[in-house]
Structure formats: C-alpha cells, structure tokens
Ligand binder design. Structure first.
Ligand code: ATR
Length: 269
C-alpha cells in the first residue's frame, strides 16, 4: 500500500506522521506514506504515472488543490462543491477519483464541541480554504451560514456558487457583519502573517465557539481576540487530523481513532 502527499513546499507536512499512526492502529505493516515535493509546473507529470508506480492514493496540498480538481474525471459531491481536491484515490484502471475531505475534517472536529444544528455560523475568508468547507457546514443544518471577507466581492461570488442550496449564504465585508454568531471559523490566511481581523464588536454571541483553521504553538491573533470576547477557542490541529482520517477511510475503508493521534500531535507542538 503506497500513498503520497504532494505539495510545494512539503517538508513541513505532518501527513506522513498522521497516516502512519492510523495504519499502526490497524496493524497495516505494509502501509507506506511519503512526502513528494512537486515542481510548481510539474503536477500533471507527478501524478501521470501513479498507477504504474503502485501508488494507490495521494493527498494534495498547497498549491495544487485546484489543479487536481480540474484533472479528475470523477469527483465526489463534496469535491465538486469545494472546487478543489485534497485527496486522490487511484482506481484499478489508473483513473483518479478526486475527493475533498477538508470540510468533513473541520465538521468532525467542531462536533466534538457540540452540534451545529440550529447554530448561527460565520466563516471568515472567501478563498480556497473557505470554499472547501461550506457544503459540509450547510449539511449540518445550521440556523444561518454567513461568510465575510476583507474583499466583499469574493465573498459574494462564493456565496453565489451555493445559491439553490436550501439555506441562503449571507455574504459581506468584515465591517458590514451584522449580529452575533455561535460558531466563528477563521478560514483566512491572516494568522499566517500574524494579523488579526478587524471584526465589529459583538460578533461573538454568548458561549460562542471560535475556530481557527491555523494551528501552532502559540495562539493566533484571531483566537486571542476571541478569547478576550469570552469565546471558547479551538485551533485547526483537529481539522488536520480529521481530514486525514477521512482520506484514510476513503483509501482503506477503515475508520481510524482520531483522538489519540490528535493528542500526541498536540503534545509535540
Ligand atoms: P486559501 O486557499 O488559504 O483560502 P486564498 O485563496 O489566497 O488562500 O485566500 C486567502 C484568504 O485570506 C482570503 O479570504 C483573503 O482575503 P482577500 O480575499 O480580501 O484577499 C484572506 N486574507 C489574507 N490575509 C488577510 C488579512 N491580513 N486580513 C484579512 N483577510 C486576509
């Protein structure tokens, strides 16, 4: 069993550690999982000979998720909705199934803190990370789903992609966010540059959960602001392990136990 994670850069990827820990839970001794640094213009070549080289599946990370989406002839519904592929399964005939497990990974982590049904959810950001999680969030039947972005046009365009869903997605600029929310998810890359988001006062409802897709040793500026506003704060390490668990299940049909892997990764941060 041979699996890869493809990206650029890739040296930092924790995916091998996670998947090998999952495989160990089931005693899969012949499970191999490696990092693969792909040249920025070399993604097509990198996956072209998967079937011959015995690769059965791959995770796709930055910056190749959209390219992978366009190359797959078969897509899961959630990958089609996301417009991006983070998991490839190689079929016996060498063709690929493209899936996106990011949203499921996020939702499974959020559900550890309570149901999303009937909650007012706000997603901050309108890039690829936000697009990948909207459909799985809608499927949890929140009371409302809103997106806000520094550039409101991108939020509007993203919301429009989901018109026709049973729940309308509200879109706005950060400054125009109205009301309070029970679950706020930071899907912007602002934390990478150590920047906080200029959110209006009062966006955190009483007992709100603030979730940052980023993770690291210290608290992100978004979570620091959320903590000051009284919210419960969670970083994205559980989403990372959760999306990997969904990919592992797609490949092997086995559902790994996320929590021990998450706990050991947390301890090693
Ligand atoms: P990703 O695939 O990680 O979502 P992306 O598609 O480049 O990456 O999107 C980055 C997101 O982070 C966007 O929503 C971006 O806002 P803009 O559309 O206005 O550019 C947001 N972002 C990045 N830096 C930010 C900052 N300092 N403050 C607020 N939003 C920021």
């Amino acid at each position: 069993m041979k699996y890869l994670v493809l990206g650029n850069p890739i040296a930092h990827s924790k995916s091998p550690q996670i998947h090998l820990a999952f495989a160990a839970q089931f005693g899969l001794e012949n499970f191999a999982y490696e990092r693969c640094l792909v040249p920025l213009d070399g993604f097509v070549e990198a996956i072209a000979d998967f079937a011959e080289s015995g690769v059965q599946g791959a995770n796709i990370t930055v910056p190749f998720k959209e390219e992978a989406f366009h190359l797959c002839t078969a897509l899961t519904e959630r990958a089609a909705a996301a417009g991006a592929v983070n998991t490839l399964k190689v079929n016996p005939d060498g063709s690929w199934l493209g899936d996106n497990t990011d949203g499921a990974g996020l939702v499974s982590d959020l559900l550890r803190y309570g149901s999303l049904k009937g909650k007012r959810i706000l997603v901050l950001g309108a890039g690829g990370a936000a697009a990948g999680v909207l459909q799985p969030l809608l499927a949890e039947q929140p009371a409302s789903l809103s997106i806000a972005n520094r550039t409101p046009e991108r939020a509007n365009a993203l919301a429009q992609r989901f018109t026709g869903e049973s729940l309308h997605i509200h879109a706005s600029a950060f400054v125009a966010i109205e009301g309070a929310f029970d679950v706020l998810i930071n899907a912007t890359s602002a934390s990478l540059s150590g920047q906080s988001l200029a959110l209006p006062a009062g966006v955190f409802a009483d007992g709100a959960l603030a979730y940052d897709m980023m993770y690291g040793k210290g608290e992100t500026p978004f979570l620091a602001d959320a903590r000051l506003a009284g919210a419960q704060c969670v970083d994205g390490l559980g989403m990372l392990v959760g999306q990997a668990a969904e990919a592992f299940y797609l490949w092997t049909g086995l559902r790994p136990d996320v929590l021990p892997v998450l706990n050991s990764m947390r301890a090693a941060l």
